[in-house]
Design a protein around this ligand. Structure first.
Ligand code: PBG
Length: 343
């Protein structure tokens, strides 16, 4: 029994008069018709799994700010990547957390053919040759100050950084990396890395540029994961893109393409869906989104508090990247998503 009887709406037009016979809910009425008209799909082929590495054996270290994510020693990483391959995940991306004693002002550890990244690549490619290995070509895991470049008199020097990262990229390729992912936003890095790879016989090694990497608060948990959080002084505003700028993101991407990148990436992901769409529509290159640590941790934290349905939020956030035009997504959720898609 209604306490208030419906009265005629204040307006003069009925719904029929407003929509005619058009009813958008018609195709939403049943599961079968919703499936039939679904425009975008997330599949296991869309997933790239970023993993963290640490020295030692049989290590599986939880990362406080990223519940469900661990740092793996190389032997454990190999087993985890085997699992990922079985789930059908096409590629992984590695990020090392090296001992503080090995870090220096210039990040020279990137020049060690046997550094943690390269040892992991060799072991993974030997055990699981069918999975793609993407290595991070940047100095920040190796510098004592957590910046992505050589630091001189308070300035991140561009050209010296690029030379060093390019030399490191060649070592990564020699260890078996399939894709080099330069993530430092130095000018000219793509072209210099491309020529270094080609000159050393690695014409088949691809480049996925972090074409648009924004200066972002969402990297917080990652810096905990690779141990740069306590080291970093100042910010990365002199090399990452201002979050307010999309025309600049377009020019950055154009430059990376001119220099020879095979793929482009947008990072972070969800706050930058407009940039993904812009790049895909403008350049039609393979375009990837990086759902970064902060995005992952926000979903996990809200889910842990019972504020959102974590699994639904995970799937929805990833589908949004497909809708925005992404060909694939780097996501810490990759194994969970692959399992869910399988089940
Ligand atoms: C830096 C780098 C960052 C991430 C990966 N490599 C950003 C940063 O620390 O400034 C972030 C990844 C994430 O947040 O998941 N080369």
């Amino acid at each position: 029994m209604n306490r208030f009887a419906p009265t005629k709406a204040a307006g003069t037009r009925t719904v029929d008069e407003v929509t005619g016979s058009r009813r958008l809910r018609r195709m939403r009425k049943a599961a079968w018709s919703r499936r039939l008209v679904q425009e975008n799909h997330l599949t296991v082929d869309d997933l790239i799994w970023p993993i963290f590495l640490v020295d030692g054996e049989n290590v599986r270290e939880p990362i406080a700010a990223m519940p469900g994510v661990f740092r793996f020693s190389v032997d454990v990483a190999v087993r985890e990547v085997e699992r990922a391959a079985k789930l059908g995940i096409p590629a992984i991306a590695t990020f090392p957390n090296v001992d503080l004693s090995l870090r220096d002002v210039t990040g020279s550890l990137i020049l060690d053919p046997d550094n943690l990244t390269n040892r992991a690549t060799r072991a993974i490619k030997e055990a699981v040759p069918e999975i793609g290995v993407i290595t991070d070509a940047a100095l920040d895991p190796f510098t004592s100050h957590g910046h992505d470049g050589v630091l001189r008199n308070g300035i991140i020097v561009n050209d010296e950084t690029v030379e060093q990262v390019a030399a490191g990229a060649v070592l990564q390729a020699a260890a078996g990396a399939d894709i080099i992912a330069p993530s430092d936003m130095m000018d000219g890095r793509i072209g210099v890395i491309r020529s270094a790879l080609d000159d050393n016989g690695f014409q088949d090694v691809a480049i996925m540029s972090y074409a648009t990497k924004f200066d972002s608060a969402f990297y917080g948990p990652y810096r905990d994961a690779i141990g740069t959080a306590g080291l970093l002084k100042g910010d990365k505003k002199t090399y990452y893109i201002n979050a307010a700028n999309s025309a600049e993101a377009l020019r950055e991407t154009e430059q990376d393409i001119l220099e020879g990148t095979d793929m482009v990436m947008v990072k972070p992901g969800m706050p930058y869906l407009d940039i993904i769409r812009l790049l895909k529509d403008t350049f039609a290159l393979p375009t990837f989104a990086y759902q970064v640590s902060g995005e992952y941790s926000m979903i996990m934290a809200a889910a842990a508090n019972g504020w959102i349905d974590g699994e639904r939020a995970m799937m929805e956030s990833l589908l949004a990247f497909k809708r925005a035009g992404a060909d694939g997504i780097l996501t810490y959720f990759a194994p969970s998503v692959a399992e869910k898609l399988k089940g």
